[in-house]
Design a protein around this ligand. Structure first.
Ligand code: NAD
Length: 485
């Protein structure tokens, strides 16, 4: 059988199931971008909330692009399996907090109606970096992006987060419904402030009459999210099905570690997530920096090494002693850029174990996707601070050079590389096989979505980056890392 409400009573013992009557749950949250991460993080903690009796926080989960998640879990009464893995141990739990899954492009009005429903108080988002349609280095909306142009021309059938949010804000205001709180859970620094600034920028063009209302009444708390959730594989589906005795078209797999730190600004109420270990604080920024620079920055470096050297998973790369020493050195360089309240050394020790967890099989090609959207906040931000303060930064610089080398058409083994990065692909990337290291670095420094003009003006920067790149291309990536201890 396939996982569904009717299968729940017949699942083997030891598998947790929703501890509440799903029929009694009312919707309170709309989520935009229902991918693996949402289902292994926010939806799980909302499942806890519902189980504790706060039954008005059910989730309406929307995809703005593909129908895949709805096609998988829709026929399962929107139930799915959360599978937590550490080494040999694995625990399974059926999550029931998603009440409906919908696909916005099929019926944009349905999503606008849900967003305008007076019972909905919070909109959460995980739409990936590129879903913000922005130059993230400069926090500007990409006004010429076809989807932004579409939304300006077709406000009743939008495609972007901004078009949908604005349509709902307009309707709620006309209906006298309470203003929404918008909670970004994407890996962007100051994600709430960025979302708010970009939404205001869009509103100025699309409907200036709403600008003051958004600025005054719509809260956009910042949040730091931390849990590694790799893309689900067919092997994961098979092991979950064997344990359930039923098929689940799309379970999610995650590590036990999690952290969710949220700025406590919810003027119209919020679920009591603190009982699940979620932290509410006045200022999220120190935690965001820690997570983005330490975990995500190291991930981007590891993903690049994986693409260049043909290593499939994070644990494969981190298992190489040269890569491990390099990453440890990277952390030692970055940790001093963090605020002391975040316990950089303790976080580093945790990361060493998390990256070595072989059970996750987190694939480097997944992390390498959209890297051009990630490099500014993950690598360039700490690099700029280390350079400004005259501190050692060889490992962060090397991470940047590794990313550039990983964008070449072939790996060291001569295999074609696959780069899922629309912004990068649209840019005229240099042919790294035929150009000198100087010419390659010169071309990359002209890639405006990543490098602002300040990077081209930094004395000695291009030469140092060229040198790091040259070392990778002559010695090979792993051998080039041997200099770090
Ligand atoms: P995923 O590939 O499973 O899902 C991505 C979701 O984003 C899908 O719903 C997709 O439709 C949507 N999306 C992609 N491009 C979009 C666009 N241009 N406009 C609107 N929606 C778009 O990925 P995931 O693992 O769920 O991760 C999603 C995001 O969550 C990440 O980009 C990151 O910001 C955040 N996050 C993920 C993890 C993790 O370990 N997976 C950890 C922390 C934070």
């Amino acid at each position: 059988p396939r996982l569904s409400e009717s299968v729940l009573p017949r699942l083997p013992p030891g598998i947790a199931v929703p501890a509440y009557d799903r029929a009694q749950v009312a919707p309170g949250i709309v989520h935009l971008g229902v991918g693996a991460f949402h289902r292994a993080h926010q939806a799980l903690f909302i499942d806890d909330v519902l189980g504790r009796g706060e039954t008005d926080w059910g989730i309406i989960a929307a995809s703005l692009r593909s129908a895949d998640t709805r096609d998988a879990i829709g026929p399962q009464d929107n139930l799915y399996t959360y599978c937590e893995r550490n080494g040999e141990s694995e625990s399974l739990r059926i999550v029931g907090s998603i009440l409906e899954t919908l696909v916005a492009p099929e019926d944009p009005e349905r999503l606008i109606r849900w967003l305008s429903d007076p019972r909905i108080r919070i909109v959460t988002l995980t739409v990936t970096e590129k879903g913000y349609l922005a130059n993230l280095a400069e926090r500007r909306l990409l006004h010429d992006h076809p989807d932004i142009r579409w939304d300006l021309a077709q406000p009743e059938a939008p495609r972007t987060i901004y078009g949908f949010l604005l349509a709902a804000i307009r309707r709620r205001r006309a209906d006298g419904a309470m203003p929404l709180t918008l909670l970004s859970c994407d890996n962007l620094p100051a994600n709430g402030r960025v979302l708010r600034a970009l939404l205001l920028e869009f509103a100025e063009r699309a409907d200036p009459s709403l600008v003051a209302h958004i600025a005054q009444d719509i809260a956009c708390p910042c949040a730091m999210v931390d849990r590694i959730v790799p893309a689900t594989s067919d092997a994961d589906r098979a092991t979950v099905a064997a344990r359930l005795g039923a098929t689940d078209a799309w379970p999610v797999v995650a590590e036990p570690y999690f952290r969710w730190v949220i700025e406590d600004r919810f003027p119209h109420g919020r679920p009591k997530l603190e009982f699940s270990g979620v932290e509410f604080v006045a200022n999220v920024e120190p935690y965001e920096h820690m997570k983005l620079r330490m975990l995500n920055g190291a991930h981007t470096a590891i993903a690049a090494i994986g693409q260049i050297a043909g290593l499939e998973t994070v644990a494969d790369v981190y298992g190489d002693p040269r890569a491990r020493r390099f990453i440890d050195r990277y952390w030692r360089e970055v940790a001093p850029t963090l605020s002391p309240e975040t316990d950089g050394p303790g976080y580093t020790r945790g990361l060493q174990d998390r990256f070595a967890n072989p059970a996750l099989r987190h694939r480097t090609v997944q992390i390498a996707s959209d890297a051009s959207q990630k490099v500014p906040q993950r690598l360039l931000a700490p690099l700029a601070e280390r350079m400004r303060d005259g501190q050692a930064h060889g490992a962060v610089l090397m991470a940047l050079a590794l990313w550039i080398r990983s964008c070449a058409a072939r790996s060291e083994g001569g295999l074609p590389t696959v780069i899922h990065d629309p912004a990068f692909n649209a840019w005229h990337s240099p042919d790294q096989a035929t150009l000198s290291p100087e010419a390659i670095i010169d071309a990359f420094l002209g890639f405006d979505l990543v490098f602002g003009p300040e990077w081209r003006a930094k004395p000695g920067f291009a030469a140092a980056l060229t040198e790091a790149y040259r070392r990778i291309s002559t010695a090979g990536a792993l051998a080039a890392l041997d200099q770090f201890d």
